[in-house]
Ligand binder design. Structure first.
Ligand code: COA
Ligand code: MG
Length: 325
């Protein structure tokens, strides 16, 4: 380990994050009754420009009247390049009471974007004598945001998590695809001639940005969350994308439809067999160390102190899940 240590900024269960357009208040109770860990009421791209004010009123009313139980509640504000942004922050924070936990900032490009929102939020918290401090969720969805991500993560102490925004990211770097997550047949390699002919192997066009986001997010002690999967009638595709991002370090995924919530919860809950093995590793290594052994074998495979660190982060995640149920 380096002498520099970055602890996790804030532990929160974030396996599934269900989005609801602020302009569709009829959907709010359905989201509240879902099994989503986090609910994000959107004021940005899922709301038409002429409905922005109404959406904000709906959000404020929901924050005051709905019982969200143990769920984390977030709002997605409009981007800093719009004239909706400052009013989203001011109106909701001044009139929405204390229930809001998080604020999601889209299209962050430079550290000052986060700093500017922090300045507004800090003044309002102070003036309204708010007890609960708002945390920030940042969407990584532009070339600028990705290129500056390391310094952006230092832009405010409120940042808790990074989220990958597929569609805007693709548009920003001019990827030739209209997919919101999932594969694209053009991103493939062709094998050499074989008895079966030349085979096409599909690749994951999202691998690089999601992996970069995971590395930089974890460097800063943040949660790393996979974004939306647009085809909500394709659970297999959703699961395949989510498994890939879980392997890369994501601990949750957005749901844009209720039928994606349980898929995300399952994907990002460690399997029982994984936890069993993790506990075995911890016990075995403890015994090994008592006998002055640094490395031993479990089921014919090496385990050592690094295996304990791998095992402990899985057990921590399971403990967090258990503490919320
Ligand atoms: N939250 C809560 N309930 C939702 C929901 C959501 N995001 N999306 C759909 N539902 C409800 C519907 O109201 C419907 O309820 P009912 O059976 O009582 O009538 C049920 O789930 C099935 O919905 P369905 O008919 O399959 O979908 P739809 O055509 O009504 O809506 C979308 C499809 C994509 C428009 C809708 O899911 C949606 O708005 N999603 C969120 C989009 C968003 O916020 N994007 C921003 C982040 S990318
Ligand atoms: Mg976006």
């Amino acid at each position: 380990m380096s002498f520099t240590h970055t602890p996790l900024k804030r532990t929160r269960l974030n396996r599934s994050e269900l989005f609801i357009p602020g302009s569709k208040p009829d959907l709010f109770p359905k989201a509240v009754n879902s099994k989503a860990d986090v609910i994000c009421i959107d004021l940005e791209d899922a709301v038409a420009p002429q409905d922005k004010d109404e959406a904000k009123k709906n959000l404020i009313q929901a924050l005051k009247e709905l019982d969200f139980g143990k769920k984390t509640v977030s709002m997605r504000i409009n981007g800093l390049d719009t004239n909706f942004c400052y009013r989203d922050v001011v109106d909701v924070m001044e009139n929405g009471g204390e229930r809001l936990d998080l604020m999601m900032i889209p299209k962050v490009g430079v550290p000052a974007d986060v700093y500017a929102i922090d300045m507004l939020v800090t003044q309002i918290e102070s003036r309204t004598k708010r007890d609960k401090k708002i945390g920030f969720e940042l969407i990584v969805e532009t070339a600028m945001g990705m290129a500056n991500l390391d310094s952006i993560c230092s832009g405010s102490g409120r940042i808790e998590s990074l989220h990958f925004g597929y569609a805007d990211y693709a548009a920003s770097v001019r990827m030739r695809t209209t997919n919101v997550g999932g594969p694209n047949p053009d991103y493939a390699i062709l094998t050499h001639e074989s008895p079966e002919g030349r085979l096409t192997h599909w690749n994951d066009l999202w691998h690089n940005p999601i992996s970069q986001m995971a590395i930089l997010g974890r460097k800063h002690g943040l949660r790393v969350i996979d974004g939306p999967f647009g085809d909500f009638s394709d659970p297999d595709g959703y699961n395949a994308q989510g498994k890939r991002t879980a392997i890369l370090g994501c601990e949750g995924k957005w749901a844009i439809h209720p039928n994606q919530v349980e898929l995300a919860n399952d994907l990002f809950t460690p399997k029982e067999s994984t936890i069993e093995r993790a506990r075995k590793i911890v016990t075995l290594m403890k015994e090994a160390q008592d006998h002055h052994d640094g490395a031993v074998t479990l089921d014919g495979k090496l385990i050592d102190a690094a295996s304990v660190r791998q095992a402990e982060q899985l057990i921590d995640q399971q403990d967090l899940i258990d503490s919320m149920s």
